[in-house]
Design a protein around this ligand. Structure first.
Ligand code: NDP
Length: 328
């Protein structure tokens, strides 16, 4: 069957397309420019006609995806601006994510071929300020704070909150449309809420979350806060695999999934990187905070998700960046 992957040249998407092609799917990817399309076409050259790309310059335009979804059996919508160091404006971080989602939903409305749509949301759409040790669940938790703040003062928020609101509002809009129209739709919806994503960098341009590890390992001077709860994490290969399972498992339709390998501190990352024997990587200062707890039983039971270890994931990030001579 044929699958559309939006944002095909991204960190996650390149892993996802690799697995889709290896499993025999035909893949159409959308990118924002010809040069990005040629890069990725070249990357998957060994799969010949099984991979093609389409340039969608501006995903926010009405009808932007009309051509791209023609004849495909499923859509994996991964395209979104992801802020580096949590920096960015309303126009860069919020608008394209929400308007891009509106636009793909409109294109999908009348499709008779698409049977499943998987939307890459984010744990930032689940997160809320809760006391540490809180147990998160995909059924109960939404980032209502971000949604509220963006309505009140869209142009005064920091990049982190703009991104949180973008992911929350676009995921919510997808569900709202789906719930209101599902009787007339040929497809059903799955959303995934991955957290900080680490792992091998195989795309052309390094992305925000792996740059963050590089910065921590080689640029930051760890202070004694490194033992504090940093968030949840997932390996990009596991995240890609969750997308594939979301496509394949009948019973995943209509469900939202929390997927994560667990909670981490930056001290955990320093500890895991020591076995690379790179003298520049600091040892940190051992302290340990209370950590949040994810309830990932739904993804385990419905999708059959299992996870790589944090050590494998962060070591592979550093190793692949170094192999390619990327030092950021
Ligand atoms: P990347 O930055 O590597 O990839 C993002 C993709 O989206 C690229 O193809 C990029 O295209 C495209 N994109 C960015 N801005 C726009 C825009 N304004 N219009 C159209 N396309 C755009 O990020 P990831 O692979 O890490 O992220 C993939 C998805 O996973 C995103 O939806 C992100 O929110 C989600 N996610 C990521 C996490 C992480 O830690 N990395 C954690 C949780 C969720 P271009 O190259 O042209 O900019």
């Amino acid at each position: 069957s044929t699958v559309l992957v939006t944002g095909a040249n991204g960190f996650l998407a390149v892993h996802l397309i690799t697995e889709l092609l290896e499993q025999g799917y035909t893949v159409r990817g959308t990118v924002r420019s010809l040069s990005k399309g040629e890069w990725i076409k070249n990357k998957f050259a060994s799969f010949g006609e099984k991979f093609e790309y389409l340039v969608v310059e501006d995903i926010t335009k009405e009808g932007a995806f009309d051509e791209a979804i023609k004849g495909v059996d499923a859509v994996l919508h991964t395209a979104s601006a992801v802020p580096e160091n949590w920096v960015g404006t309303y126009e860069i971080l919020y608008v394209p994510c929400v308007k891009g989602t509106e636009s793909i939903v409109k294109s999908l409305q009348g499709s008779r071929t698409v049977k499943r749509v998987v939307f890459t949301s984010s744990f930032t759409a689940v997160w809320g300020p809760h006391p540490l040790g809180y147990t998160y669940s995909e059924v109960r938790d939404w980032n209502d704070t971000a949604s509220k703040l963006i309505k009140e003062k869209p142009h005064e928020l920091p990049g982190s909150m703009l991104y949180f609101a973008a992911k929350t509002d676009s995921e919510r809009a997808f569900w709202k449309f789906y719930e209101e129209h599902k009787d007339q739709l040929a497809w059903d919806l799955v959303t995934l809420t991955p957290p900080y994503t680490f792992g091998p960098v195989i795309q052309e341009v390094p992305n925000a979350s792996t740059k963050m590890i590089w910065k921590k390992a080689f640029k930051d001077n760890p202070a004694d806060q490194v033992g504090q709860h940093a968030g949840f994490w997932i390996d990009v290969r596991d995240c890609a695999h969750a997308h594939l399972l979301s496509l394949q498992k009948e019973q995943a339709g209509g469900e939202r999934f929390l997927i994560t390998g667990g909670a981490f501190t930056w001290q955990d990352v320093y500890n895991e990187l020591q076995s690379l024997h790179i003298p520049e990587i600091p040892k940190g200062v051992e302290t340990k905070d209370v950590l949040d707890i994810p309830n990932t039983s739904k993804a385990a039971n419905t999708l059959g998700m299992t996870y790589r270890t944090l050590g494998e994931s962060v070591r592979d990030t550093i190793v692949t960046l170094r192999e390619r001579g990327i030092n950021e």
